[in-house]
Design a protein around this ligand. Structure first.
Ligand code: SF4
Ligand code: SF4
Length: 201
């Protein structure tokens, strides 16, 4: 069940609380996609969707990937941060997510683009959002995972905020109306921050 208040964050948009640090945290996404080497947790519904289109996914896979669908996912587990209340992790095969091909491309994204659909149509939302994440009903920075990765945000070019770096992804996640509300909140928060009304962090 969604929280109506949050111990750390005051602003919520469409049921998701917002960690305002996303407006100031410096981030630069420039690496070969190391985040895909660890797989991802999918919502049960996303897992079911992926399996329902297995016949279209398999022909796009290469010899570094498993075409045996029983090897694609871990066992389901309860997790209230997922819409269905159940998360299913993708397996790691040859040191990378089962859906990552040898050229560093996500097969789910490749399929959507091959079909002329939106590139993220079949992609788990946690893949779209990373380096942001939803944790305990709040949109926040996945700093634990960023820190764990060797090349993520470590290129010395962090001259933009994680919000700006993930603008396209946030627009996709929230849709136009709620993204506009997020932008208004950003402007309001930054104004308060620069005028000393609030402190960062
Ligand atoms: S989010 Fe991080 S690990 Fe993933 S591609 Fe960008 S910089 Fe690399
Ligand atoms: S599903 Fe695709 S985007 Fe997500 S971790 Fe696997 S290869 Fe990467």
């Amino acid at each position: 069940m969604k929280q109506i208040s949050h111990p750390k964050y005051s602003k919520s948009i469409n049921g998701i609380f917002i960690d305002p640090q996303i407006f100031t945290f410096p981030f630069s996404c420039r690496c070969a996609g190391e985040c895909c080497n660890y797989g991802v947790y999918t919502d049960l519904k996303e897992h079911d969707l992926i399996l329902s289109i297995k016949d279209k996914i398999i022909p796009l896979m290469d010899e570094t990937q498993s075409k045996n669908i029983s090897k694609w996912f871990e066992a389901p587990e309860k997790d209230e941060d997922f819409e269905s209340g159940v998360a299913v992790g993708t397996e790691i095969i040859n040191g990378k997510c089962t859906f990552l091909d040898k050229h560093g491309l996500c097969t789910l994204q490749k399929l959507a683009m091959t079909e002329g659909e939106h590139k993220w149509k079949y992609k788990p939302i946690y893949c779209v959002l990373f380096p942001l994440t939803i944790f305990e009903d709040a949109l926040t920075i996945d700093d634990e995972h960023i820190d764990r990765l060797k090349t993520c945000n470590k290129n010395g070019a962090q001259n933009t905020s994680i919000f700006e770096a993930c603008r396209e992804e946030l627009l996709y996640f929230f849709g136009e109306k709620y993204f506009a509300e997020l932008e208004d909140y950003k402007d309001e928060y930054l104004l308060q921050l620069y005028s000393g009304v609030v402190k960062n962090g």
